[in-house]
Ligand binder design. Structure first.
Ligand code: PLP
Length: 433
């Protein structure tokens, strides 16, 4: 075999790996129907204002960044960089150290030959972070993947998922992949959750799994987990919480919504991300009941069929968790809450209507979609980078600007933002002159 292959190679004329042709080749033609449909869809999005034009950042992700097309630096209030770790020197250093020591990547999924010692160490670190008995953690390439894997693995067509109506898109997609019956309860409404659990039982569903975001990120609202836990336990159901906007942010030591409500041991599984507070790169995990985690490692499709997390990303997340668990953690969280409180207070005093509570996401409610866009654009001109959200991301006539605090912001930067909001708010008649 080997000799024949070698002979073949020798007989092949030399071929260039990359084309040196100076002309550009034509794209394969699309079927007319598809081309027309896609063009119309995009045009409609441009017309109704839902087309997403990405702004290009020309610096690392920090409190103050540079955005292509706007000359000077702007203060960034739209990243999930809650602790300011996205470009923290210790995080970058550990990422670089792991890159050099462990290589760029594994070219494999975990179960074939993609598990290094550092992957197990990070899983253990996350398990310890939650410090619950009989628990384990499984890493994913993203929290989106964690949500894509969990429901299909755990549930059959005899079971039920009861999902909060405002849950993240990745939960909705993950639930769709499972064959379980689907129920939806009104956002944060435990009475409706109770009713849906009763309905699922009456309809003969066996295992009933309740899933909720820990924090509803468009509203900056924390899910009422203590009441949710009571209802879940009364129905002997299973609880999965997606804590993407809570890990490293919510709770006295940043351990999430379980810590905030004092119910961490009552949550069966926590899904979360390494791509927000914990260093901001990428990666996600499911942490909790070790029996369930063992099954996920064996059947979860995004785990089995997608590449292992890059060593540099593992290093960055490990460093972020170390910072949070060390003496450095408390001052970061204190800074974050002081910033959030200061912004809330000054904005309320200025007459703005704010939503949410106890979170670094502070939505400034405007109602009108055009006003939200105009306001965001005017703020950018004044050096404040925020994003307006409107339908269909939030309900009609509830357009808003979502402001996200970070421990990396200085008081001066927050005051600058409030001053800019006040100026623009007066111009646009959002607040009285
Ligand atoms: C951001 C987010 C995700 C996706 O996290 P990735 O790790 O970026 O895939 C999932 N769920 C919720 C609630 C989120 O906010």
């Amino acid at each position: 075999m080997f000799i024949r292959a070698k002979a073949l190679v020798q007989k092949q004329p030399q071929r260039l790996l990359f084309s040196t042709q100076s002309w550009v080749q034509q794209q394969a033609q699309l079927p007319a129907e598809l081309e027309e449909r896609v063009s119309q869809t995009l045009d409609a999005m441009r017309t109704n204002g839902t087309y997403k034009a990405e702004r290009i950042i020309t610096t690392p992700q920090e409190a103050s960044i540079q955005v292509e097309g706007s000359g000077s630096n702007v203060v960034n209030f739209c990243a999930n960089n809650y602790l300011g770790l996205a470009n923290h020197p210790q995080v970058v250093e550990r990422a670089s150290e792991y890159l050099h020591k462990w290589g760029n990547g594994l070219s494999s999924v975990r179960f074939i030959c993609g598990t290094q010692a550092i992957h197990k160490q990070l899983e253990d670190k996350i398990t310890q972070f939650y410090s619950r008995k009989q628990s384990d953690t499984i890493l994913y390439a993203s929290c989106f993947d964690a949500n894509a894997g969990v429901f299909e693995s755990l549930l059959t067509e005899k079971d039920a998922v009861i999902s909060d109506s405002l849950n993240h898109a990745s939960i909705i997609d993950g639930v769709r992949l499972s064959r379980a019956r689907r129920f939806r309860y009104r956002n944060g409404d435990v009475e409706d959750l109770d009713a849906k659990l009763t309905q699922a039982k009456d309809e003969g569903c066996r295992v009933k799994l309740v899933v909720t975001d820990g924090v509803f990120s468009m509203d900056g609202v924390i899910a009422p987990l203590r009441d949710v836990c009571d209802v879940v336990e009364r129905h002997q159901a299973v609880l999965v919480v997606d804590d993407a906007h809570a890990t490293g942010v919510v709770g006295e030591t940043g351990r999430g919504t379980g810590e905030y409500w004092g119910v961490a041991p009552r949550i069966h599984l926590v899904n979360s991300t390494l791509g927000k507070a914990l260093g901001g790169a990428s990666g996600g995990y499911t942490s909790g009941n070790s029996l369930l985690i063992e099954l996920l490692r064996n059947t979860s499709r995004p785990y089995l069929f997608s590449n292992t997390l890059a060593p540099s990303v593992v290093g960055a997340a490990a460093a972020a968790l170390d910072i949070l668990s060390s003496q450095q953690g408390t001052p970061l969280l204190e800074r974050l809450w002081a910033n959030a409180k200061h912004f809330r207070q000054r904005m309320s005093e200025a007459g703005f209507e704010l939503a949410g509570k106890d979170h670094a996401i502070i939505p400034v409610m405007l109602g009108d979609a055009r006003k939200a866009t105009q306001m965001a654009n005017a703020l950018l001109k004044r050096g404040i980078y925020v994003i307006g959200f409107s339908y269909p991301v939030v309900p009609k006539d509830q357009a808003r600007i979502r402001v996200q605090m970070s421990a990396a912001h200085s008081t001066e930067q927050i005051d600058h933002a409030v001053d800019a909001f006040v100026e623009v708010g007066r111009d646009l008649h959002v607040i009285p002159n």
